[in-house]
Design a protein around this ligand. Structure first.
Ligand code: C2E
Ligand code: CA
Ligand code: CA
Ligand code: CA
Length: 397
């Protein structure tokens, strides 16, 4: 929208008028006023860089006050649609905050004098009912997650990872579960997104790292007894998010845990999804480099789904690629998916990292992948994620 000029003394709009836009002040100065009983009160003044006239746009009520130029002004109109479109995309909680502020403002207005004809009591309509319900649900979920952390309602399950050529157990992936007293066992897909949106993921990952320190030593111990079906040096991998790497000191947390427990760093592997890495490759790289330097393995999770470029990949200290379940599931029926799997395996070999195929549900996939040279496999065919005691039994079997 084009800037408009308003000469000193001119009235832009009166109280009670319908608002079609707000205004950004490029230069000059305006006064916000109300007329009562023949007198006039100036409620406020705004200058360059400030916005005014937004109230009637936000709550779709008539102007609550008039505006007059005190100096020659240049104003940029901001249309109602421009504002509402931004509001629609805003965080629902932010929107509720805004509504609360507007409601409070409208409630204080009568104290400044009776309303003129045309203005009604506030009837706010910013947040649709569905938004409101979603916000309430999100807040409840967040409360429940905080409680889950405080009351230790999380558990790490362990899913076997098998060396495809020999069939021997090579390690485990730690996968979080939530024992909600009301809902029972909740899978991560039902709460990790909310944990990421609320920032609680950082505290959850800190818990995961602590729990790894608790459950891994007995598993490594069992591996050392090395029955024929188990490799002597087992590893355990666990999942971290981009937010963890950006907001908390993951390398420091891991380092403290390793010192406390005496776990060999080489027995642990960080899993981070390819799409996550692509969000902030440089930010992730520094933290991952520190973990790698400390001796941990670094696995790129869900590989093939995140559109990463080779240049990004080669800048990261990766030791493992995990072929996404989607390709594994489809590869026997779809030649195209089989070629994708083959390409990923070749890429892994090319850059000198191990490959893990995820989501192996049948013997045919396991055999096909072994024939294609994939080193490691994970999936229901070998075992589901299981409680620690069962994993311990598997490692000692
Ligand atoms: P993911 O890291 O890709 O983990 C593999 C998921 O595939 C797990 O689901 C596992 O149970 C499932 N899976 C394994 N084998 C098979 C199979 O043969 N068939 C099928 N249909 N599924 C299989 P889960 O445990 O529900 O975890 C889902 C996702 O939640 C994980 O995907 C991961 O992204 C996230 N997640 C799990 N634990 C954690 C955690 O501690 N921290 C974080 N940040 N995310 C986690
Ligand atoms: Ca994973
Ligand atoms: Ca995965
Ligand atoms: Ca996945």
């Amino acid at each position: 929208s084009e800037p408009v000029t308003l000469p000193a003394g001119a009235v832009l709009f009166e109280e009670g008028a319908i608002g079609h836009c707000a205004y950004l002040i490029l230069s000059g100065r305006i006064a916000i006023f109300r007329r009562r009983d023949g007198g006039e009160t100036v409620l406020g003044r705004r200058g360059a860089g400030e916005l005014f006239g937004e109230m009637a746009i936000l709550d779709a009520l008539p102007r609550s006050a008039g505006v007059r130029a005190e100096e020659d002004c240049v104003l940029v109109p901001v249309g109602a649609a421009q504002i509402r479109q931004r509001l629609a995309g805003a965080d629902p909680i932010l929107r509720l905050c805004l509504e609360g502020l507007i409601a409070r403002f409208r409630e204080t207005l009568p104290r400044l004098g009776p309303a003129v004809a045309g203005s009604r009591p506030a009837a706010l309509s910013l947040a649709a009912r569905a938004d409101f319900d979603a916000t309430v649900a999100a807040l409840a979920q967040e409360r429940a997650l905080r409680r889950a952390l405080a009351q230790d309602e999380f558990a790490l399950f362990l899913q076997p990872i098998v060396r495809l050529a020999t069939g021997r157990l090579a390690g485990f992936e730690a996968l979080i579960r939530w024992h909600d007293p009301e809902r029972g066992l909740v899978p991560p897909a039902a709460f990790i997104p909310a944990a990421e949106a609320s920032g609680l993921i950082v505290a959850i990952t800190a818990w995961v790292i602590g729990e790894i320190g608790r459950i891994v030593p007995p598993i490594l111990q069992a591996g050392l007894q090395a029955p024929a079906s188990v490799e002597a040096s087992l590893f355990v991998s666990f999942n971290v998010t981009a937010q963890d790497l950006a907001r908390s000191d993951i390398p420091g947390l891991i380092d403290a845990m390793l010192r406390r427990t005496g776990i060999a760093p080489g027995a642990l592997k960080l899993e981070i999804t390819e799409s996550t890495l692509m969000q902030d490759p440089a930010g992730a790289a520094a933290a991952l480099a520190r973990c790698r330097a400390a001796g941990l393995g670094i696995a790129v999770d869900d590989f093939g789904t995140g559109y990463s470029s080779l240049s990004h990949l080669s800048a990261l200290p990766i030791t493992t690629l995990k072929v996404d379940r989607a390709f594994v599931r489809a590869m026997l029926a779809e030649p195209r998916d089989r070629r994708i799997v083959q390409t990923i395996l070749r890429l892994a070999e090319e850059i000198g990292v191990a490959a893990v195929a995820e989501g192996i549900e049948g013997r045919a996939e396991a055999e096909a992948l072994a024939a294609m040279g994939c080193a490691l496999g994970q999936g229901y065919h070998f075992g589901r994620p299981m409680p620690q005691a069962d994993a311990l039994a598997a490692a000692a079997a």
